[in-house]
Design a protein around this ligand. Structure first.
Ligand SMILES: Nc1nc2c(ncn2[C@@H]2O[C@H](COP(=O)(O)OP(=O)(O)OP(=O)(O)O)[C@@H](O)[C@H]2O)c(=O)[nH]1
Ligand SMILES: [Mg+2]
Length: 359
């Protein structure tokens, strides 16, 4: 298909959140004659092209895309993938006849992920393309009809959801998982005047980088907000960790101080014990020294008494010797006297006796 040739060709892109039923729809709508093919280019294998298949006199090609909440790729990767693909298609003259945006009517809360997908979708499309957009709700079999209709009304009238798109001529349809239902939806788009999406013009005509496009800026803003949120969370976590570390350090410091106190007290106790033992040893040494001195004094006294006793004995002995000598002298004097007397008596006798020579 190109801008000016083959008016009965139609290319329709399929977008929406993961699990909203895009691939099922594409397979169902194209199954009669065509199977879903994967990847126009090896590096963009997450975009799959199905068809072309014949419908209502047109040769229809459906382009299946991943949602912006893909679990395996970042939103930036997916935007790059979709934007690059669409820009290349546009540069080759392939313009979309329509875009189907899928939404699960069974979602109880239409929160963060759905809202982000929707916002990105609107930024990719731009307001002018919305008249070629059909919002398709799926999973009607998972919800009661009344609840479904209530939610459908809420979605259609809420400024945060589909109301702005519907106000710009987008349409809203239910898909009931039948071939007729799928083809009925496709049929609403195949005769549309092809319109370039905002992202295609931004990249191919205005030569903007992907991140400078409306979708890119939005994503960038969200990434920056996320980064700021993560930075704030990280700061809070770091502060909590720092507080935890400080608390643990305080506990450790107190424990260390208590241990230090215990060691000092133990040292002090040991020191006192050593001093007490040294004091006891000193007292014992003094006691032994006194005993030794007393013993010396006792020995000296005994020696002195022994000397006195020996002196007395010597004195008595000398006295005895002197007495003996005196006795000997007396005896000798007596003996001498006796001998003298005897001699005199003998002399007298001789004198009285006849004379004889005495020699
Ligand atoms: N009950 C019910 N299940 C559906 C319906 N449409 C799709 N499913 C199921 O929902 C699941 C997701 O469907 P997919 O077609 O893979 O959804 P998708 O949007 O292509 O998902 P991604 O490829 O992950 O982006 C599959 O198990 C489908 O069989 C529906 O209308 N009703
Ligand atoms: Mg899919």
């Amino acid at each position: 298909m190109s801008k000016n040739e083959h008016p009965r060709s139609a290319t329709i892109a399929v977008m929406g959140a993961t699990g909203s039923g895009k691939s099922s729809f594409v397979n169902l709508a194209s199954q009669a004659n065509h199977k879903v093919g994967h990847g126009l280019r090896s590096c963009t294998s997450d975009i799959a092209v199905a068809g072309p298949f014949e419908l209502d006199g047109s040769s229809v090609t459906l382009i299946d895309t991943p949602g912006f909440d893909d679990t395996t790729q970042t939103d930036t990767d997916i935007l790059n993938l979709i934007a690059t693909f669409l820009a290349e298609q546009y540069q080759r003259g392939h313009i979309l006849n329509g875009i189907i945006y899928f939404h699960r009517i069974s979602d109880v809360k239409v929160g963060g992920i759905s809202a982000r997908n929707l916002r990105m979708f609107q930024k990719l499309c731009g307001e002018a393309t919305l008249k070629n957009v059909v919002i398709v709700t799926t999973m009607w079999d998972r919800i009661g009809l009344e609840d479904g209709e209530l939610r459908e009304r809420e979605l259609a009238t809420d400024d945060a959801f589909f109301k702005p798109m519907l106000d710009n001529n987008a349409r809203m349809e239910r898909h009931h998982r039948t071939l007729e239902s799928a083809h009925g939806i496709v049929c609403q788009l195949i005769n549309n005047q092809p319109l370039a999406m905002q992202i295609q013009e931004e990249i191919a005509d205005q030569k903007l980088d992907i991140l400078q496009t409306s979708a890119g800026e939005d994503l960038n803003k969200e990434i920056l907000e996320q980064a700021a949120k993560h930075a704030e969370e990280r700061r809070a976590r770091e502060a909590a960790i720092r507080a935890e570390i400080a608390a643990r350090e305080e506990i450790a410091r107190k424990a260390a101080e208590a241990e230090l106190r215990r060691i000092r007290e133990e040292d002090e106790r040991k020191k006192r014990e050593a001093e007490r033992q040294a004091e006891e040893a000193r007292a014992e040494a003094q006691r032994k020294e006194v005993e030794y001195i007393l013993e010396l004094l006792r020995i000296e006294e005994a020696r002195r008494r022994e000397e006195e006793r020996l002196e007395e004995e010597r004195r008595l002995l000398e006295e005895t010797i002197r007495e003996i000598n005196r006795e000997i002298e007396r005896i000798m004097e007596e003996e001498t006297a006796r001998l003298k007397r005897e001699l005199m008596s003998l002399r007298e006798k001789e004198n009285n006796s006849p004379p004889c020579s005495i020699q």
